[in-house]
Design a protein around this ligand. Structure first.
Ligand SMILES: Cc1cc2ncn([C@H]3O[C@H](COP(=O)(O)O)[C@@H](O)[C@H]3O)c2cc1C
Ligand SMILES: O=C(O)c1cccnc1
Length: 610
């Protein structure tokens, strides 16, 4: 059981991979109740084949309970994780029970649905509910088909209301669905739908210990005044491991399209504002257009944050204010949607993925698909990785970037989680910029003075070991990096190969960016710095890469938080080129005939794309 029970609704079509995904979400639990809502024996051979396939996939941690009274079954053991497979069968049984197949819209299943939602709300262990998404097909030609499709839509929406997480699975790909803005149907303890007042509470509130609890007597909200739901992180569906051969070899990187950048500057000069008045936001829009190779650019609608997680042997040397076990705990927290990055991503509609590259614990299969090892070694005295492991991690980062770009992600963000990781990051920055350890060491999570001295000594030892391999980025990552850092390097360089813009985060990601630019010279033209962290090594890395951060908010968190906060500015920068009216269109008198090459906008825009 996790500290905070997570209720997850997994929707998907027939054979979409929804059951396998649901099972993977419960991967870390030792005991799981499998609540089967369909018959486990039948004379229908095809049905029995389906039951067999599902059963064979599940291991002996599962106890199977056949039931159509889900409320009762859940209440019987609220503290044991449960997998409900599936709500479609449960609904069929409810309709059967009231002989409702021919009753059109009159059928009333509020009672059983309320009962199910109440039981879900009372769960103290994780629960995953699988349900068919049947509403995307045609309206069925038969009355029974229509009854089922209509009620299933209502049921899924009601259950989604009490779930912290809702995933849609299509063709084995998992899409984490953000909470719906605007009017929402919410749970009513009385079963009656009443309009909500303006002072409506959010449908789920969190308490410190018990996780989300249901707010009683809410029916329909007309205005959503709550904060957006955090975005829970998803992992990666099963698949072959990428081939690590030559993972460190990149084709020459070509820069964003300068001719398009010129078009964008010219377009900026025609928009209804004094030339250059949007300052650097204009430069950023020009850069996005140049990255996309089109002006105006397409709006950035599907950004994805990938949080690379890993432990570091050096953390056992007292270089962090927190103990190493926090890495795995925070990975679970990010998966459940409870970390800063999840909240920020929820605000801006970014997808969050978390990948265990080298966490010193077992994590769910969907998180550990690319895992290279448990914890990288202690860089003070030994290589963090073998060369083979460094290649494996690089290949994983590259495969992740490829996978996301192929699935339509239009902007990538790298984040990280790993206690002690500011130490290898600082070693990399120090080695590549030839600084003294005391110039670049920072407090990370907030080490005290004694910890600061240990960290400085560790950075010195790491830099000494790094010196031998300073001209070999792969060997450098193996000597003093780690699998999480190497994967980030592959991810950032591959984003440039795939001509996809990236927002960098803090010191750890920017250290990886420095190595990525060594492996793939020119890759830095595809990156923008989201923020400046207070870590001294971050400032030095930014200068080295000639990057000017978008934000400067004295942050020192990581996870991708600084990059996600900068995302709406980058999105706005693209939107302005798409949607602002020109002087001509709006009938606004221009100051003079626009000449893009002499506007302030053009002058500043040059910096971003050069
Ligand atoms: C609760 C918690 C949440 C975090 N989120 C990001 N970090 C950040 O702090 C760690 C690096 O700092 P150091 O090198 O000093 O250990 C990384 O996990 C980084 O992501 C966190 C750290 C903690 C403790
Ligand atoms: O700069 C960062 O991103 C950072 C700083 C402290 C701890 N973790 C990350």
């Amino acid at each position: 059981m996790t500290d905070r029970a997570v209720r997850t609704l997994v929707l998907g079509g027939v054979r979409s991979g929804k059951s396998a995904h649901g099972e993977s979400l419960l991967g870390e639990h030792r005991q799981i109740r499998y609540l089967a809502t369909g018959p486990l024996t039948s004379s229908d051979g095809d049905w029995m084949d389906r039951v067999r396939i599902h059963r064979e996939r599940r291991d002996d941690r599962y106890t199977t309970i056949e039931t159509t009274d889900l409320g009762h079954a859940l209440r019987a053991a609220p503290d044991i994780p449960a997998l409900v497979d599936d709500l479609g069968n449960w609904l069929t049984a409810q309709i059967d029970a009231v002989h409702g197949w021919t009753s059109g819209s009159e059928i009333d299943l509020d009672g059983p649905i309320d009962d199910l939602c109440d039981a879900l709300g009372a769960m103290t262990a994780d629960v995953v509910l699988i349900s068919p998404e049947a509403g995307l097909s045609l309206v069925p030609p038969t009355p029974a088909g229509r009854v089922f499709q209509d009620l299933l839509g209502t049921l899924n929406a009601r259950v989604a209301q009490v779930c912290e997480r809702v995933d849609l699975v299509v063709a084995g790909r998992v899409l984490n669905l953000p909470a719906a803005p605007g009017p929402m149907l919410t749970r009513s303890t009385t079963g009656s739908a009443t309009p909500a007042s303006d002072t409506q509470l959010p449908t789920a509130t969190t308490s410190d210990h018990d996780g989300p609890t249901l707010t009683p007597s809410i029916a329909i909200t007309t205005t959503d005044i709550s904060a957006p739901e955090p975005v829970a992180a998803v992992g990666f569906s099963a698949g072959p491991r990428p081939d690590p051969t030559d993972a460190e070899v990149f084709a020459p990187i070509t820069p964003p399209d300068e001719a398009i950048a010129q078009d964008a500057r010219r377009r900026h000069a025609t928009l209804t504002k004094p030339p250059g008045s949007l300052g650097r936001v204009e430069e950023i829009g020009v850069w996005i257009a140049a990255c996309q190779g089109q002006c105006p650019p397409a709006p950035l609608t599907s950004p994805t944050v990938v949080v690379f997680a890993g432990d570091h042997g050096v953390a056992r040397g007292g270089v962090s204010a927190f103990p190493p076990e926090v890495t795995a705990q925070m990975v679970a927290n990010i998966s459940a949607g409870g970390a800063a990055v999840n909240v920020m991503a929820g605000r801006v509609g970014a997808t969050v993925k978390v990948v265990d590259m080298s966490v010193d614990a077992d994590t769910a299969p969907e998180l550990s698909r690319y895992k290279v090892r448990r914890s990288s070694d202690d860089l003070r005295t030994t290589d963090a990785l073998t060369l083979a492991e460094a290649r494996e991690a690089l290949a994983a980062g590259r495969a992740i970037a490829d996978d996301l770009v192929d699935s339509g992600t239009d902007l990538l963000i790298a984040g990280e989680m790993g206690i002690g990781n500011t130490t290898p990051a600082t070693v990399l920055v120090g080695a590549l910029t030839r600084r003294e350890p005391v110039e670049i060491v920072g407090r990370g999570t907030g080490v005290d003075d004694a910890g600061w001295m240990r960290k400085t000594a560790a950075i010195r030892d790491g830099m000494r070991r790094a010196r031998k391999v300073i001209h070999d980025p792969l060997a450098l990552l193996a000597a003093v990096g780690g699998a999480d850092l190497a994967a980030t390097v592959g991810f950032l360089a591959q984003a440039a190969v795939r001509r996809t813009p990236v927002i960098l985060d803090g010191v750890v990601i920017t250290a990886a960016a420095m190595v990525a630019n060594e492996l793939a010279p020119g890759a830095m033209r595809w990156w923008i710095a989201g923020h400046r962290s207070v870590e001294p090594a971050h400032q030095i890395a930014l200068e080295h890469l000639d990057l000017v951060p978008v934000l400067d908010l004295s942050m020192r968190l990581g996870e991708g938080s600084g990059a996600v906060l900068a995302l709406p500015i980058v999105q706005s920068a693209a939107d302005l080129l798409v949607s602002m009216a020109t002087f001509g269109e709006a009938g606004v008198t221009d100051k003079s005939a626009p000449d893009a090459n002499t506007t302030a906008g053009a002058t500043t825009a040059d910096a971003e794309t050069s």
